[in-house]
Ligand binder design. Sequence first.
Ligand code: ADP
Ligand code: SF4
Ligand code: MG
Length: 326
Amino acid sequence: MAKKDEPLVKVDNLHTYFPIKTGVFQKKVADLKAVDGVSFYINRGETLGLIGESGCGKTTLGRSILWLLKPTSGNVYFDGTDLGNLSAGELRKMRQNMQMIFENPYSSLDPGMKVGRIIAEPLQIHNLASGEELEDRVREMLVMVGLEADMVERYPSEFSGGQRQRIELARALTLRPSFIVCDNPLAHLDVSTQAQIIELLVWFHNWRHLSYLFIAHDLALVRRISHRVAVMYLGKLVEIAETDELFDNPLHPYTKALISAVPVPDPAERDRMILLLPGEPPSPINPPSGCRFHPRCNVAAGKCGQVIPDLREIGESGHQVACHLV
Ligand SMILES: Nc1ncnc2c1ncn2[C@@H]1O[C@H](COP(=O)(O)OP(=O)(O)O)[C@@H](O)[C@H]1O
Ligand code: SF4
Ligand SMILES: [Mg+2]
C-alpha cells in the first residue's frame, strides 16, 4: 500500500493498441494506437480533467487505467499496487476502489434489470451486504443521488436521461470507491440536469475525498471542477498543468487551439467543437512522424516532422508540455 502523500493513481508509459485484422484468417495488418505512451499521476482527493478532440483516446485511456481493457504495455499503480501483477480475483477485489461512470447511461444500464438489482449487484458480487442490510444500502444510495427509495422496483426505461445518470452514479458509488473515471458524464443531458449531476459529483468528491479522472468536452466545466488538466492528442498527452495555469498560460499550440475552440451550435452535437485548425485529426493507425500535431501546427519548424517531443517540465509549478518550440 502506498504512503498517504504518494499519488493514488500512477500511470507509467501506458500503451493500448487495437489490432486491425483483415481477410478470412483475420490476419493482423496494423495496430490502431489509441493510447501511445502516456504517463501521469492523480493525487488523493484530486480531480484531473482530461480534454481533447473525439477519437484522441480519452475513453480508451480511462478504461485501460481501470484495467477494464488490458493495456498492450506499461503500468498502472493504484494505491501503490501494480494492477498488471494482480490475478483476476485480486483485480475484481481492487475494483471496489475504482469505478467508471460511462458517457451513455442508455446503453450501460441493463434494460431487463430492476433498478434495485442494478445497484445491489456490485455489493453482492463483492459480498459486502446481503438481506435487509443490502436492501437498506440500495435504498439509501438511491436517496443520496436524489431519487426515491421505492424506485428500486422500476426498470431503467421508466427513467429520464438525468435519472439514469443518477442510477449510474449510485451504482458506481455504492462500493465506496476512492477513484472514479467520469467519462463525459453529462453528454446527452439537458443543461439544468447537467448542473444537478455536477453538483452531485462535487458533493461526493468533497464528502468522500474522492479522486476523479474527469473527461469532458465542456472546457468551462473542466476548468471549474479540476485541480489539474491534461490535454490529449492522438494517443499522447501534449500538456498537463494546474487548471488556471493551463487555461491562462497554455503553451502547446494544440492546447491553444482547443481553448479557443467554438462549440458546435446544434444542441444535439453539443459535445463536439469546431477547432480553428487546418484539416482533421490524422488516423491513429498510421500517425504522423515526429510530433503528431505537426501537419496541423501553424508554427511547426525543422525537426517537428522527425523527432517526437517528450513531455517535459517547464518551470517549477509542474507544468509539462511536449513541444520542441516551448
Ligand atoms: N474497441 C475498439 N476497437 C478498435 N478501435 C477502437 C476501440 N475503441 C476505440 N477505438 C479507436 O481508438 C481511438 C480512440 O478512441 P476513444 O478512446 O473512444 O477516443 P475518445 O474517447 O477520445 O473519443 C479511435 O480511433 C477509436 O476508433
Ligand atoms: S513540436 Fe513542433 S509541430 Fe509539435 S506542437 Fe510544437 S511546434 Fe508544433
Ligand atoms: Mg470517449
